[in-house]
Design a protein around this ligand. Structure first.
Ligand SMILES: *Cc1c(COP(=O)(O)O)cnc(C)c1O
Length: 419
């Protein structure tokens, strides 16, 4: 459930009209609903209150400081994949003791920064990373608290580009080969082994892959303990899907039941890393139709002022985003199969192909739903298009939480060499 809806025929975020924001901020822009963010966090976290789990929001889904601060105030921790994300999380008020650091390519400088801040845990993804982390910790006279990210070889049944838990994946260490790496870790004096972590992919729409992965990890924790390891933390990752179109992903209560059942009696501090589930349906992208173009083949192109550089998911993952008019279409307006595209010079700059829509007119505002996750955080300036603003709504107020990049800022990034 979210707090976006039509009021008197105009789409609103909570109590603020998107026409008003478009007029004041310009288009395109991202719009987030604070009440929706809060609702999603609470709906997820309340199922884990009884076991005292740490909820470490996956910052890469949406790293806006306004979003992070909203989640920080609810007690969220952070799952980060770079020093930049650690800095954002800390700046937003997330405590270092609630930060876990994931990712296959952590640099020594990033490890050093994370150790200085005193983060909760490094999720180590390879043997060379483990050795380097030990060296960095030793050079500071400290120890790094780690879990090893194991790969349970489970098919998450999601898009190939967001599957991470199969044996061909670059992520983690195959569960069958992880024991020797734990034994190595025990010999490294800059390492303190505390847990096991797993994350099998994103936008999962069934529970079975989670159940399989958690069961394999549980067995592995038991094996580690029988070998004398003290395992106190169990990081079960993120990946719970959201409804973009027709999918019916499991609800948080069903997911929580599986997670708690598969880990019952282990006595581990559970950690979850939800990203998309918290922010995906708390954000939309609003755009203005620039032109409606009819080509010879009889195709109708709706050319929006937003493009693949603002919202990459359709181009990158063939992702579906529901497209709606900001001003509810007149019931008699004609419905046609149209292609909704952006201005970027790439054939892949298509938001929707042959979608049945009431054909908008040039100048109309449209919106892409479910754009809160992997939207703004993946955006870029391809075609020298400035980054678009992000707005957060709270009741009848709104705030610009990231201003539109100016052309001066865009040009200031580069320098011309003296020769
Ligand atoms: C991306 C990622 C997540 C979040 O995934 P969602 O599908 O957005 O919940 C969690 N953990 C790790 C390690 C990730 O890379």
């Amino acid at each position: 459930m979210d707090h976006f809806s039509y009021k008197d025929g105009v789409y609103h975020a909570e109590d603020v009209s998107l026409e008003l924001i478009a007029k004041e901020v310009g288009t395109p822009f991202y719009c987030y609903s604070k009440a929706t963010l809060e609702r999603h966090f609470n709906v997820f976290s309340r199922h884990f209150d009884d076991v005292g789990a740490k909820i470490c929001y996956a910052v890469k889904a949406n790293s806006n400081l306004g979003v992070l601060n909203t989640l920080a105030k609810l007690g969220s921790g952070a799952d980060v994949v770079s020093e930049g994300e650690i800095r954002l999380a800390l700046a937003a008020g997330i405590k270092a003791e609630n930060i876990v650091f994931s990712g296959v390519g952590k640099a020594a400088t990033e490890m050093a920064y994370a150790l200085d801040q005193g983060i909760f845990q490094f999720n180590v993804e390879s043997e060379p990373e483990l050795r380097l982390l030990s060296d960095v910790a030793l050079s500071k006279g400290t120890k790094a608290n780690i879990a090893i990210r194991v790969n349970p070889d489970v098919d998450p049944k999601t898009h190939a580009k967001i599957s991470t838990g199969q044996k061909e994946s670059k992520f983690g260490i195959a569960i069958a080969h992880a024991l020797p790496v734990y034994k190595l870790a025990a010999t490294l004096s800059g390492i303190n082994v505390q847990g096991v972590s797993v994350h099998i992919g994103s936008q999962l729409t069934t529970l079975e892959p989670f159940a399989q992965a958690f069961a394999r990890v549980r067995q592995f924790v038991e094996e580690l303990r029988s070998q004398g390891f003290t395992i106190t933390t169990l990081d079960l990752g993120g990946g719970l899907g959201i409804p973009y179109g027709g999918e019916e992903p499991p609800l948080p209560d069903a997911y929580a039941e599986v997670a708690k059942k598969e880990t019952a009696g282990l006595g581990c501090q559970l950690i979850f890393e939800p990203g998309r589930m918290l922010v995906g349906n708390a954000g939309i992208l609003v755009s203005r139709v620039m032109y409606v173009k009819h080509n010879d083949g009889g195709r109708i192109f709706v050319i929006a002022d937003a493009a693949m550089n603002d919202l990459m998911r359709p181009a990158l993952y063939d992702a579906y985003h529901h497209i709606m008019p900001v001003r509810a279409a007149d019931g008699n307006a004609p419905t046609e199969l149209v292609d909704v595209v952006g201005p970027v010079c790439e054939t892949g700059d298509i938001f929707a192909e042959q979608r049945l829509l009431k054909v908008p007119a040039a100048g109309d505002l449209i919106l892409f739903r479910s754009a809160g996750a992997y939207g703004a955080s993946m955006s870029n300036t391809y075609n020298a298009r400035p980054l678009v603003p992000e707005v957060m709504v709270h009741g009848s107020q709104y705030a610009v939480v990231r201003k539109r990049q100016t052309y001066a800022e865009l040009l200031a990034r580069d320098t011309i060499p003296s020769w």
